[in-house]
Ligand binder design. Sequence first.
Ligand SMILES: [Zn+2]
Length: 239
Amino acid sequence: MRALTHADFLSLWEKGRGLHPLDQGLLAIHAAFPEARETVADWPLGQRNRALAELHCSYFGHALEGWTSCPQCGEKLEFNMDGRALAEQPQSQHAEPIVIHGQSFRLPASRDLARAALERGAAADPDAAAVRLLRACRVDGGDDAGQTWSEEELEEAGEKMAAADPLAEIVLNFQCPVCEAACHESLDLPTFLWAELEALARRLVMDVHALASAYGWSEREILALSDTRRRLYLEMVSA
Ligand SMILES: [Zn+2]
């Protein structure tokens, strides 16, 4: 992984502002792993998630902390996951196509998800979106245009895909301490990482503003300061 400076993070944030979270995740990987620029959109999602977790561990700490709301009573349910458990998990070496009902499929990648997100109605009908995703990943060249998938078949397909690429979806399980409802939620790593990156970028811009106003230094000079020195100067400015 390439070492990213504060200036790199600021320009990454600027480039990714307003993009779809999928693209923000890919941009972050481009910046940290430039050698993967051409291929990352075709990586299985587990490989993408591992790279994002590695980035998080290096720059934002090992703890992936956040919260969700209990779907039943609205109680705030917090989670704290160790990002190293994701970053250090070996890449699944699943080179074989996944066979479901005699048809062969490869693992879905970011490019497939982006295409599925672009198609109308994807959000309205999750089953139709799953079928489109399966079609996009079919590798045996068969024609399935008229084929229908039952809910059970889709579930089986999902389970086989998950077994072949366990990090593709990171599922968090919760039990509400108030109403005891059990629920689960997927952790979307691109969104999660981008929120951290955005917070960092905003902090940096405010620091630049404060120090440039006080000392007349350029943005480049201020971003080149170590965290310790920047904080010390900021303390003096606000004293
Ligand atoms: Zn609850």
